[in-house]
Design a binder for this molecule. Sequence first.
Ligand code: NAD
Length: 475
Amino acid sequence: MAPETTLITHNYQELLEAIHDSSGLEVKNPATGEVVGSTRMGSVSDIEAAVQAARTVQPVWEELGSDQRADYLSKAADAVDASAEALAELLSREQGKPLNGPNARFEVGACAAWLRANAGFELAPEVLVDDESGRAELHYKAVGVVGAVGPWNWPMMISIWQLAPSLRMGNTVVLKPSEYTPLSVQALVYVLNQVLPADVLQVVPGDGKVGAALTSHPDVDKVMFTGSTVTGKAIMRTAADNLTRLTLELGGNDAGIILEDADPKAIAQDLFWGAFINTGQTCAAMKRLYVPASLYDQVCEELVKVAEATPMGIGLNEDNLLGPLQNKQQYDIVVRLVQAAKDSGARILTGGEPETEQAGYFYPVTLVADIDNDNPLVTEEQFGPVLPLIKYNDLEQAIQWANGLDVGLGSSVWGNDLEACKKIAAKLEAGTTWVNKHGAVDPRVPFGGIKSSGFGLEFGIEGLKQVAVPHVISY
Ligand code: NAD
């Protein structure tokens, strides 16, 4: 059993003070430009110290055994629940996402859910051979020290995706959060560390250089990286020197294909949230939608209705369901791609002009029709509140278009005939294909990309195997 800890319910100010450093980096709310707080940024020598401490404590953590580690993870989930509202407020202020809808409260809830789910998983030894020739068993042990680097779109949840299976298997973890969201991840770790033994989980905020110091460190045995394909490739290059194990969850450009028997009105809400969850800043959001000519006008019309009824604004306003882009760099990408679509003669159904009345990086939900499949808004990852709708006359052509890019994270098929949908799903090149939904993840179901979307699986028993080393015992 993990030792009894009285869980503290932190309020927002307490959380902020715990990670505050007035001489550090000033973090601003992307919805308002107001300062959220200041925090220390780490250095390469902080990585050195953290990795050494993680290395020292790792055998002790592994030695505790599976049941005790599961117990710690369950208690860590309780700690997240106890401070959930303060964590959600900080996340909303720093990341920009609204409290409600599939946003800040949802993200904090997912953190607790993933911790509990991992506590419940057990990677038992497998008996491979047991006959007159002998017996062979496959066991799994911790890899050692895991270095985890994350992005700014779902900063808390993705950190949990990395740390929960790692700790469950007996690894220790050093996290390097995105420089755009250092507060959220530090606050989360502060809450978890009420429960966890010292140095089992550490966080070093910093920029890409600090990230590179972690991912190229010879004493880091496994790197879990979630972010862009460009950074993933850089990490893979340096990993070669130490043969560091890698899980790379990289960018996507997920396609959705609507079949001719779909009911546009019935699927409009799910289509919308499949594309616009977290204001489109989601790796496995639907980023291009292929629509049969026979349903094209109706799908456009129904999506516009949902888009125009969904409030966007400051995250702390309880009514809002969509927020700003998290940073200027991403905002500029969205502006550029919508401009490219307009320049090509594509038709803007709603949105299409940068928001100028609000202080933050707001861009209205933008639906773009009559766009060619080779337009940059279709071929590049927009990672924002914009969706191109591409008309098709031939389903085989739509499948080819969907598979035509060098990424393969998620994809989806929408229609009334489940068997027909599954047949098309089987032809799509992606780590996951959803039917009549898009982007739904579950801690029990493995998730990962193919092609330039990366490799390695997260979640479930498969996820545990990725942060373990196999050990065959044969007699
Ligand atoms: P990014 O690659 O710019 O940054 C990600 C992290 O890597 C940051 O913490 C950054 O500081 C760090 N970093 C930068 N250079 C580094 C280096 N050389 N070595 C080590 N670390 C380094 O990505 P981003 O802009 O934060 O995130 C957006 C991208 O992430 C999108 O492409 C999105 O699709 C992808 N993403 C993928 C998933 C997934 O599960 N597949 C989930 C979320 C986001």
